[in-house]
Design a protein around this ligand. Structure first.
Ligand SMILES: Nc1ncnc2c1ncn2[C@@H]1O[C@H](COP(=O)(O)OP(=O)(O)O)[C@@H](O)[C@H]1O
Ligand SMILES: O=C(O)[C@@H](CO)OP(=O)(O)O
Length: 434
């Protein structure tokens, strides 16, 4: 496995959303300016809670670094609503928004909110139809999100295709990033409709996957059972000079009981027989690749992240020379989280459901770990909360605020997520900022 690129943190880069919010804050009077000066001096006041309410006295800039609430709010909307609620009770407080993502769907949107340029490309969707997908580009770094081309969100009418869905479009997105001159590609994976081991992606980048008759195998993971040879000689030569970082929030191997098909196949519509067929097909695919490129192909199949997004992690490790990094970790670097953290004293993170999964490398856990290491106070917002206070505390989250605390009817929480989140943010403002 190659070593990952050293992405430099860009100091003081303010994102578009932040600029909007800051200018709004400035309009609210001198108090904000005074507060901004105080935070700019980098002298974050001690933020330890001073009472049962968690009120911490004077808090400097607030950093909102939350992921989306899947199914109800994008990460940008979460940031906007939280900022609006905070302002109602603490208009003097300066707020900075840095929507985050962990490699799955929403990753390009987070990069764009942080100032990357959004580039759209027509690519092949999971069922072979054309879709418009976007990647993000800034200063030679491209953020490519496989879900943009090959995600569940791309299935027309939500009809699953566990055996036939292809990652070909993800390869086309990578090709577009290469055409644009990217030197580093952060390849965010997750939220996929596919279980093809990344064969479609590699085919789009020049690898030939042939059956016993010498014909290209059909798209999708199911057809990999009939794979006879893999020819990597036509792989796009530009990949040799580009650092590819596999950004994933899961570290599953390619196959077996914790592999791509067994764990994530069912959420793509795979029944037990499909799971068995896909698992066998992926195992066979790895054997064919081992014949083509040697034992490292077998080693990669066991590597963390190989089983991400239907095995596209494996395809990226084997074919693109990618290095694996936990998605939220690399994305925090890409988004410029460290400097934003430094100028803040309270961090608000969150996602739709704060649960056990959150603790295993999802965005709020990554944000909280980094913020805690920097001695910052962290609270979380979420649609639903399924973690006990002790578990939150271990993750570095002082308190979590759920929409369902305000509105017990979950369907209303989803339908009216924005206004309810503003109310929740008001409570945070009262507890920590007023
Ligand atoms: N507004 C909301 N109110 C209550 N629950 C929500 C809301 N939005 C999302 N959720 C819950 O969060 C789940 C999505 O979790 P989330 O953490 O956003 O994504 P992931 O699937 O990556 O874990 C939804 O299935 C739903 O249960
Ligand atoms: O696409 C997938 O197979 C899974 C794992 O990578 O994604 P998510 O974590 O979003 O369920």
């Amino acid at each position: 496995m190659g070593s990952g690129p050293r992405l430099r943190l860009r100091s003081q880069r303010r994102d578009c959303l932040t600029a909007v919010m800051s200018s709004k804050a400035r309009k609210q009077g001198d108090a904000t300016v005074a507060d901004a000066a105080w935070t700019a001096a980098g002298k974050a006041q001690p933020t330890g809670p001073s009472g049962p309410s968690g009120r911490s006295g004077r808090v400097g800039r607030v950093l909102i670094a939350a992921d989306k609430f899947k199914g109800s709010l994008t990460a940008v909307e979460v940031a906007e609503r939280v900022a609006a609620g905070l302002r109602r009770v603490a208009p003097h407080v300066e707020v900075e928004a840095l929507p985050v993502a962990d490699g799955g769907d929403g990753t390009v949107a987070a990069a764009v909110a942080a100032g990357f340029e959004r580039r759209e490309v027509r690519v092949t969707g999971p069922l072979g139809d054309e879709v418009t997908a976007a990647y993000a580009l800034r200063d030679g770094t491209a953020v490519v999100e496989m879900a943009e081309a090959s995600g569940l969100q791309r299935l027309p009418d939500g009809v699953f295709a566990p055996l036939t869905a292809t990652t070909y479009g993800s390869g086309e997105l990578i090709r577009a990033a290469l055409d644009a001159g990217a030197r580093t590609i952060v390849f965010g994976v997750g939220g996929s409709a596919t279980t093809d081991g990344g064969a479609g992606m590699l085919a789009a980048l020049g690898v030939r996957f042939l059956d016993a008759e010498g014909e290209p195998v059909a798209p999708g993971g199911g057809a990999l059972r009939g794979l006879a040879t893999a020819d990597l000689s036509g792989l796009d030569p530009r990949l040799a000079d580009v650092d590819v970082v596999l950004a994933s929030d899961v570290d599953n191997p390619l196959t077996g009981p914790t592999g791509a098909a067994a764990v994530y196949g069912p959420q793509k519509g795979a029944g037990p027989e499909d799971v068995a067929a896909l698992d066998a097909a992926l195992g066979h695919y790895a054997e064919v690749l081992e014949k083509a490129i040697g034992p490292r192909a077998a080693e990669y199949a066991q590597s963390p992240g190989a089983g991400a997004a239907g095995g596209i992690g494996y395809g990226a490790l084997v074919g693109l020379g990618a290095s694996f990094r936990p998605g939220i970790e690399i994305m925090l670097d890409v988004l410029g989280f460290a400097p934003a953290l430094e100028r803040s004293s309270l961090v608000i993170t969150g996602e739709g459901s704060l649960d056990e999964q959150t603790l295993h490398g999802k965005a709020p856990a990554g944000v909280a770990a980094a913020a805690r290491a920097a001695g910052k106070e962290v609270v979380a917002v979420c649609g639903r909360l399924a973690l006990r206070p002790e578990a939150l505390g271990r993750a570095g989250i002082r308190r979590a605020y759920a929409l369902t605390d305000v509105e017990p009817d979950v369907s209303r929480c989803i339908a009216e997520a924005g206004p309810i989140l503003e109310n929740v943010a008001e409570r945070i403002g009262q507890d920590f900022l007023a």
